[in-house]
Design a protein around this ligand. Structure first.
Ligand SMILES: CC(C)(COP(=O)(O)OP(=O)(O)OC[C@H]1O[C@@H](n2cnc3c(N)ncnc32)[C@H](O)[C@@H]1OP(=O)(O)O)[C@@H](O)C(=O)NCCC(=O)NCCS
Length: 151
């Protein structure tokens, strides 16, 4: 997609789960979450914050945060391939980081595949710094994860 696209961010609810699972399939392949995993996350209402990005009533992206006291974790973030490169991923991440700040999480952590250059650049621009590489972290593919930390 060329040029920025304004997406509306809304809290993710059970209604959005089928569309989010369809995106999960497209975006993460072998490493996609199961339906049970997503539902479990949404059930943890106190410690989780999930949003969807909507363009013309279509769900084109989603993201989730887990927050515990002074630490928060970016659990997932994804944008439909047709809508990537339009600023929606950055908007989703900014929204999660604002929520982490609201909850007083001084440290925000995430894992990203070491070969995911686009996501790594996005995190780098938002102040995340590499902490360590976890070899074979993604069990199904055997890919390595880079752990990154902000703050
Ligand atoms: C990572 C992801 C969420 C970014 O979302 P996005 O909407 O494409 O991101 P944005 O448009 O906000 O762009 C973020 C940065 O990536 C760059 N970018 C986005 N798509 C790109 C592409 N296809 N090629 C090169 N750069 C790209 C943008 O130029 C921007 O860089 P900048 O900050 O230097 O300007 C999205 O690419 C995605 O869903 N990827 C697959 C799932 C995934 O890997 N999730 C992360 C798991 S840790």
């Amino acid at each position: 997609m060329s040029g920025p696209v304004a997406a509306t961010l809304r809290p993710m609810t059970a209604v959005h789960v089928p569309d989010v699972m369809a995106l999960e399939d497209i975006l993460f392949g072998a490493e996609r979450w199961t339906l049970a995993m997503l539902r479990e996350e949404l059930d943890l209402v106190d410690s989780r914050y999930y949003v969807v990005a909507v363009v013309d009533e279509q769900i084109v992206g989603y993201a989730g945060l887990a927050a515990f006291d002074d630490e928060a974790f970016v659990q997932t973030i994804g944008v439909h391939p047709d809508f990537q490169g339009a600023g929606i991923g950055a908007a989703l991440l900014d929204d999660l980081l604002a929520e982490a700040d609201r909850r007083g999480a001084a440290t925000v952590l995430l894992e990203v595949r070491t070969d995911n250059e686009i996501a790594r650049r996005l995190y780098d621009r938002r102040g995340f710094r590499p902490l360590r590489v976890r070899r074979g972290y993604y069990r199904r593919s055997g890919a390595d994860a880079l752990e990154m930390q902000r703050g």
